[in-house]
Ligand binder design. Sequence first.
Ligand code: 5GP
Ligand code: ZN
Length: 106
Amino acid sequence: MNDCIFCQIRDGKIQAKFFYQDEDVMVFPDIHPRAKTHLLIVPKKHIPEFIFVEDENLREKLFHTVQQIINQAGLKDNRYQIRINGGGLQDVDHLHIHLLGPITAA
Ligand code: 5GP
Ligand code: ZN
């Protein structure tokens, strides 16, 4: 997917400051943070959205990565929120999990 922003980040064509990455997933800050910490947890494989995750291992890996990043980002006891947009609500058609925190009262 040549025109996909997150594929371009994966391929080093668009800059991002990686918080974590391995062969399957990458984690980097959202360019427009909506909380003090706002990270995107993204599979390296181009999967258009949540509903299309079919690989059990990847599903497990994503879940586990989110748990680890919550700890590493210091959000464990700190009012975090996980958000996945899909079904047309998303702006970027490459699956990503938003991790935000601490969420303060409006
Ligand atoms: P969505 O609405 O698709 O769930 O969220 C997409 C997110 O990607 C938005 O919060 C937006 O700020 C973020 N984003 C869009 N382009 C870039 C980019 O080039 N770099 C980074 N780090 N984040 C981006
Ligand atoms: Zn992509």
